[in-house]
Each structure stands twice: as structure tokens, then as C-alpha cells.
Design a protein around this ligand. Sequence first.
Ligand code: 3IX
Length: 232
Amino acid sequence: MSTTEPLPAAEAAPPLAGVPDVPADVLAELRSTWLPRPEPDSAGRAERHRLAEAARRLIEAVKLVDPEGDADALGSVADEVSDLAARIAALPSVEQRTPSFEDLQLHERSPFVGAANPLAPPMELEADGPVVRAHAVFGAAYEGPMGRVHGGYVAAAFDEVMGVAQSGAGALGMTAYLTVRMKRGTPLHQRIDYEAEVVRVEGRKAWVEARSYADGVLVADGEGLFIRARAV
Ligand SMILES: CCCCC/C=C\C/C=C\C/C=C\C/C=C\CCCC(=O)SCCNC(=O)CCNC(=O)[C@H](O)C(C)(C)COP(=O)(O)OP(=O)(O)OC[C@H]1O[C@@H](n2cnc3c(N)ncnc32)[C@H](O)[C@@H]1OP(=O)(O)O
């Protein structure tokens, strides 16, 4: 399998005992903060996404630049980037106005899926009935062990995918705990595929299981508990 191919579609599984049958429109509403990723609603937002993408390339380039190269050239770009950061900071900020619905969506702002967030790889999400699938390519900035994703980011990516998949319980809650078994290193620079789904629901608690794959090979799996807020 090539490194860019998605996982083969899973065979239709029977509904899991202890998991409610949530209507498709309710699932879609609960997941709408993450997916589907809409087209930008304005020219400004499209340019902000382009800026975030450029900033991702900047982060990658800074992580990889050789300190044994030309120190003057490094100093010069450090000055330029510093000036650019000041120019961007001088533009109007979203924090100076009331955020719009679109500003608040996770597919806009999240550190994993957010199109406007340069820290986001960005991860792409897809709904497949009760299952949520995702994929991401992690660049050099995410490196922990040589050539592999830092374990904290491995776990955080699971939190994001499971956070969306908890919608299969018919509600959204906070992560109470998350256990991730890292079976192999998660490689940088290649597509990592994720799948997650709710396996059990009891009252306000929903348990979610997830797996990640590189080139079709399982690299990590885990489970998490999500607890929704008490009704007020
Ligand atoms: C924006 C759209 C999404 C909106 C979803 C709504 C909320 C999500 C919030 C933000 C989402 C933002 C971004 C989403 C991005 C990614 C998704 C991932 C989600 C997250 O990344 S989110 C951030 C990290 N997450 C936290 O920041 C949690 C901090 N924490 C708390 O906010 C509370 O701690 C809470 C709510 C967990 C529980 O509080 P609580 O007051 O409801 O709990 P309470 O005492 O009533 O216990 C009731 C029963 O749960 C058992 N129980 C309680 N805690 C447990 C634990 N930790 N482990 C095992 N069992 C536990 C008790 O033992 C009892 O069990 P029993 O009933 O059987 O006796």
C-alpha cells in the first residue's frame, strides 16, 4: 500500500450493544464543529488559511535549518521573520471583536484540525456512520524520537479524533481519561490514518476506542472516557 492511500473501508459492523442508535442528523449536528470542513466564508478567511499554511512551512523550515550554515543568513531571516510577526500582530485581531460562529469552530481554530491554526498539521476528518476516520501527516516540528512523532502529540491526536467520535453517544463531553498504547513509532512525513468509535455508554459517560495506522500497519491504539456536563 502506498503511504498516501487511505485505509480500506471497514466492513459494516453490527451496532454495538450499549451504544445508542443516534440519528444521522443528530450526529451531523454534534460533529459540525469539526466536520465537514466548509469552504472559507470570506476572502479574508481564505487568506488567513493561506497565511496559516505558509506559517506551517515556516515552522518546518525553521525546525530543519542547519545551525552550521551561514550565521549571517540565519540572522537576516530571523530579523525578517521577526518583522513579519510584528506586522501580522499589528493587523486587527479576532480577540478585539465578538467572535463569529465560524471563528469558534474547531475546524477553524483547533491545534489538530484548524485551518487557521499553524500548529495543526492539519488533520482531516471524515464521518463514516458511527465511526470517525481521520488522517494527518506530521512534519519535523512534531519529532520526538528521531523520525517519529513525539508521544505527547501521538496521544493528543487520539484525543482529537476520539473527541469527535464521542458524538456517537449522542452528546459531547470532556475527556476524563485517555490511554494510548504506542505499539510502534508513529512515523513523520507520511500519512497516519485514524479510526475511532464509541463502544459503551452509561449515563453521562461514553467510552471511545481508537486506532492509528501507518501504511496500513497498526502503530497505536487506545481508549478514552468522555463525560458530559450534568444537566442544569
Ligand atoms: C466545542 C465542541 C465540543 C463541546 C463538547 C463539550 C465539552 C468539551 C469541551 C471542550 C472541547 C474543546 C475542544 C474539543 C477538542 C477535542 C476534543 C477532546 C475533548 C477535550 O480535550 S476536553 C479537555 C480535556 N479534559 C478536561 O479538561 C477535563 C477536566 N475535567 C473535568 O472537567 C471534570 O472532571 C469532568 C467533566 C471530566 C468530570 O466532572 P463531573 O463533575 O461531571 O464528574 P462527577 O464528579 O460528577 O463524576 C461523574 C462520574 O464520572 C466519574 N469520573 C469523573 N471524573 C473521572 C475521571 N477523570 N476518570 C474516571 N472517572 C471519572 C465519577 O467517578 C462519577 O462516576 P459514577 O457516576 O459512576 O460515580
